[in-house]
Design a protein around this ligand. Sequence first.
Ligand code: ATP
Length: 434
Amino acid sequence: MVELNRELFEKIVKVAQSRGFVFNSSSIYGGLRSSYDYGPLGSILKKNISEEWWKSLSSNPDINIYPIDTSIIQSSQVWKASGHLSEFSDPLVECKKCNTRLRSDMLNDLSCDCDFPEFTEPKNFNLMFSTNIGPTENEDSKVYLRPETAQGIFINFENVQRTMRAKLPFGIANIGKSFRNEITPGQFIFRTREFEQMEIEFFCKTEDSSKWFEYWKEKRMQWYHSLGISKDYLRFREHNESELAHYAKQTVDIEFLYPWGWGELEGIADRGKYDIEAHQNASGKDLTYFDTEDNLKIVPNVIEPAAGLTRTVFALLCASYKEDNVNNETRNFFSFNFNLAPVQIGILPLSKKDNLIKLANEINNMLLGKYRTEIDVTQSIGKRYRRQDEIGTPFCITVDFDSLEDGKVTIRDRDNMQQQRVSIDKLLKFFDKD
Ligand code: ATP
């Protein structure tokens, strides 16, 4: 396990930015603070992670999960009923001298650049971004960008249950952008104002809620392991009484060991009946479930595994960053699993001679469609290997002059750098086992 620290954090950010994973947003205009764009490799990595998330839910025979894709802008009444309008805030303090704004609950010592700062009393700062719908700006046209994907699920509980004829227990999974006007965003893509979430609401009978809470706790932890994140970087942290949201019966965080210490990666909460009841009361609609076993209408209990997709990208970058020593030089690489790597196979013709490029293209055409490949012809072979290592490509195929004669290529393994000759007609089979 590599010990993550500030120096390593800076290296990871540098590789991520210089190799096309993440760019500073609006960079040609000087950038927008704590806003990021995902480059070609980052957006593929992000998509691969979200696909693994959905695959883990849809291919699990123990559970029944329905996908949903809900609006970013919903009726303001959603946020009133859910409590976000009144409660979704952080305590904000401001230095009266330099106007630096800080979250007072996250810092042991409040500080800014002033020698003798003078902070205001904490006041609640609502984290929702507001905007207006339609041409007039008034209280009636005011709407909010969703601060979480979860409420989109609750307000569609009845729609999904009815149209899918779903029986308890079942879950609904929503993935997409969420927006929070964080007071102190930062640490690269760990905390941003615009981010992506992957949330599940799992509806069950109240008497089964403890069982399902334990189930999800284990399942979600296993999922992070399946991404290739070492167990050393992950742990559970139970919320104590004082941290629990007023509606939550039990909450546990899956924490990751970030370069600055342990922090949240995902929260798993037993939310009881709170959300469905809140929307039922506010909308006046019947959101109950008819339990055919007991012949009565019930409000189901909810277990919520709420993960951050963009935060998982960051955790994966950190957990996968490796360095070793090759010929007295430091080599760095991301040890991404084959299924997650943005480029799975690099194809490197030894020279730019036409016949080698032609063969490299033929190999590429054979693998393309099944694998994410990239042909790289620029620079020396050593430099090309380094670049593929840096972006976490598990295998490189080198096409050399012998290949033209014997129909074989050299496959180099990223992790141990071992090379082996493999017949071109056996390549598909070779990668199939990975
Ligand atoms: P934190 O304590 O870090 O602010 P939270 O407890 O407010 O997080 P939740 O509301 O439980 O977070 O959201 C579920 C997940 O969404 C978090 O575990 C995290 O992975 C992700 N997430 C929340 N806020 C942000 C953000 N500003 N930037 C990136 N990811 C976020």
